[in-house]
Design a binder for this molecule. Structure first.
Ligand SMILES: [Zn+2]
Ligand SMILES: [Zn+2]
Length: 112
């Protein structure tokens, strides 16, 4: 279900998610498995649970430490906790130049 974008004022201060279900509906766009079983990046796509903007977020595996780093991707049995930052390209007043999104971020768990 697509919702109308909410052009909230850009802010990085914590706010309540407007629709937590959207955070659970993010999908992992498969990394290029041909190249490596341990891709360095995952791309997640969905709608921001704060502003409802359609967005993609590229997560780099260099941002994790510990056990998850040793996981083999692509088997669907490893859970990674990832912090997503909104990259919605639509307007949010007060947003610094050169920045995308509404300023909000959240964590989600994905299977890889
Ligand atoms: Zn957003
Ligand atoms: Zn937005």
């Amino acid at each position: 279900m697509t919702r109308a974008h909410r052009p909230s004022r850009w802010s990085q201060s914590p706010q309540r998610m407007r629709d937590p279900e959207l955070a659970d509906e993010f999908i992992v766009i498969a990394p290029s498995k041909k190249k490596s079983k341990k891709p360095r990046q995952l791309t997640l796509a969905g709608n921001c649970p704060y502003c409802f903007g359609t967005m993609q977020y590229v997560w780099n595996r260099t941002t994790v430490v510990g056990a998850a780093d040793a996981a083999i991707f692509g088997q669907g049995n490893t859970e990674l906790t990832i912090t997503i930052h909104c990259t919605c390209p639509l307007d949010h007043s007060g947003r610094p130049h050169g920045v995308t999104g509404c300023g909000q971020g959240w964590t989600t768990v994905v299977e890889v």
